[in-house]
Design a binder for this molecule. Structure first.
Ligand code: B12
Length: 491
């Protein structure tokens, strides 16, 4: 039995594609599979207990997509539900084996193992791991050689096998849409000015070529990129379309990197006459007229830019592959093509100060003015710090963090030049509120930014104390060998 513990509907509900991919694979290998998605359940305990009692699973796989909100102004942790699910399942069926997985799990495996008290965890892609893992459990042998596996050994430490960030797409089952809760497809969510359907999802590749200093995606997908075959990707989209799914989202961390592969995927769509409304995440550094043209011709209606900042010095510090000039040019190309753009930006990156924040705001005022709803700017104050990232090193060097963080506890980096500048914080609040197409925090009209920062800090301390009370003292484990090149740089 698989359980998805992601209940986040704000922003928008997302299909549990990871869990359904693994569940499909496991079912294809001959196991009886039941899937429970808590997104739609009002009474989680009842839903879990009833499902466990009815299905009587030997193994409960808990899919942990999100660890926390990654929002300093709205600190929320999502992991306590995983712990409760494990407890409810065990109470209903003593002796059941609990295994954790999912992108959130891969970012903080040891802490989550401790916190949930799970028997096993699997980091990285589970397409190649879950079936051999279950075969071990069935035979009663120890799954010590399964890629990405983690479990406790008698001396209290963990046995860990590094994940193999490789995937044979020819063998990997495509996620079966039948395993999604049908309520996703009847639900609509409100954006700034319209009502939207939850899109079907497809992933065309795993991983990313960039090494942005804050990004923890390398812990989920490894370093480098693993490409699916463009024909298989197009087959999958045709299948989804033929099954009646009306809107599509490509969930690659960045769709247009590398550019030639994205172009190949879209050319294949054009060759087959695929045209349906779709969206994706875009890197502003790699936008060409051909890419935009293919996107328009295949029905793309919305893109999310990982813009981060509009100041070149800050972009360089973040190790971004683009500069302000490219942000503007990419934005204008999409605008002219009639594709909606949402910029995601940080306030308080390493190197950010009054001038760079103002410059970013000025550029955004030009690209995302008030009143014109075809573009939006989504601001985030501070950056969530993750293990193995260069941002962690910077935060420690600057004395903002100590270096022995438990990464299950959300910690944020905000440059001192921003967070300690009260006048700048007031100016940020004023400018965000003056633009109906900008978003920073929903309560800003009633609670000022400086006050909110103070309140959120208190809230974070409470969350931290709650989490740490459930965790044994333990130094963070070293990064897997496959990630040490990147990790060395990060430490
Ligand atoms: C695409 C994406 C989005 C899109 C989603 C679009 C959509 N329609 O699905 C958007 C932009 C909307 C989004 C939003 C958010 N996201 Co996001 N997103 C991603 C991204 C890039 C890919 C996720 C994905 O779909 N992967 C494809 C599937 C096939 O892979 P998978 O889920 O990892 O599953 C595999 C394994 O994890 C494993 N697995 C999965 N389940 C299970 C279960 C078991 C038992 C086992 C053994 C294995 C297993 O096997 C699967 C197959 O290989 C990841 C980063 C990344 N590279 O993974 C971040 C990521 C998941 N997001 C993250 C976050 C934080 C968010 C937000 C909370 C951000 C915010 N502040 O709003 C929101 C939450 C939205 C929500 N409602 O849940 C974090 C979560 C970690 C954390 N610290 O909490 C990630 C990891 C990014 C990061 N590195 O920080 N996101």
């Amino acid at each position: 039995m698989f359980v998805s513990v992601n209940k986040l509907k704000s922003f928008r509900p997302v299909l549990p594609i990871g869990m359904v991919t693994v569940a499909t694979q496991v079912r294809a290998a001959g196991h009886d599979v039941h899937v429970l998605d808590l997104m739609w359940e009002e009474e989680d305990e009842k839903a879990v207990r009833e499902a466990v009692a009815a299905f009587r699973p030997d193994v409960v796989g808990i899919s942990i997509r999100n660890v926390d909100s990654q929002n300093m102004l709205e600190p929320v942790i999502y992991t306590p539900l995983a712990r409760e699910v494990a407890d409810w399942a065990r109470a209903e069926r003593p002796g059941v084996t609990v295994v954790l997985g999912g992108p959130g799990f891969s970012t903080v495996p040891d802490d989550l193992m401790d916190f949930v008290g799970a028997e096993y965890g699997i980091t990285g892609f589970a397409e190649e791991s879950m079936v051999p893992f279950l075969a071990h459990l069935h035979r009663g042998t120890e799954p010590a050689d399964v890629p990405g596996v983690i479990f406790r050994v008698p001396d209290g430490s963990y046995h860990r096998r590094d994940p193999v960030f490789e995937i044979d797409y020819r063998k990997a089952a495509r996620p079966d849409p039948e395993l999604y809760d049908p309520r996703y497809f009847t639900y609509s969510y409100e954006t700034h000015d319209r009502s939207e359907k939850v899109p079907a999802t497809i992933q065309t590749k795993k991983g990313c070529v960039l090494e942005c200093v804050f990004c923890s995606n390398f812990l989920v997908d490894g370093t480098g990129v693993k490409f699916d075959d463009v024909k298989r990707v197009a087959d999958e989209v045709e299948r989804l379309r033929d099954e009646g799914l009306e809107v599509l989202e490509i969930v690659d961390g960045v769709f247009n990197l590398p550019l030639n592969y994205a172009v190949e995927v879209l050319r294949e769509f054009v060759r087959r006459g695929i045209e349906m409304p779709w969206s994706c995440m875009i890197n502003p550094g790699n936008v060409t007229p051909e890419l935009v043209d293919l996107m328009v011709r295949t029905g793309c209606y919305y893109v999310e830019f990982g813009t981060d900042s509009c100041n070149d010095r800050v972009l360089r510090r973040l190790k971004k592959n683009f500069r302000q000039r490219q942000i503007i040019s990419a934005h204008r190309q999409f605008e002219q093509a009639g594709i909606r753009v949402e910029h995601c930006l940080f306030i308080g990156s390493p190197g950010d100060d009054r001038d760079s924040v103002r410059e970013t705001f000025d550029v955004m005022s030009g690209l995302v003015p008030p009143g014109a709803p075809e573009a939006h700017a989504y601001w985030t104050l501070g950056l969530r710090v993750c293990r193995g990232t260069a941002l962690h090193t910077t935060a420690v060097e600057e004395g903002l963090l100590t270096g022995d963080e438990r990464f299950i506890v959300p910690k944020y980096y905000v440059s001192r030049d921003v967070i300690e500048d009260s006048a700048l914080l007031d100016e940020i609040q004023e400018r965000v509120l003056a633009n109906d197409n900008w978003y920073l925090w929903w309560g800003l009209r009633t609670i000022g930014l400086r006050e909110r920062i103070r309140m959120a800090r208190q809230e974070s301390e409470r969350i931290e104390a709650e989490l740490l009370a459930h965790l044994p003292e333990r130094r963070p484990a070293p990064l897997p060998a496959a990630l040490t090149t990147r990790g060395e740089e990060g430490r």
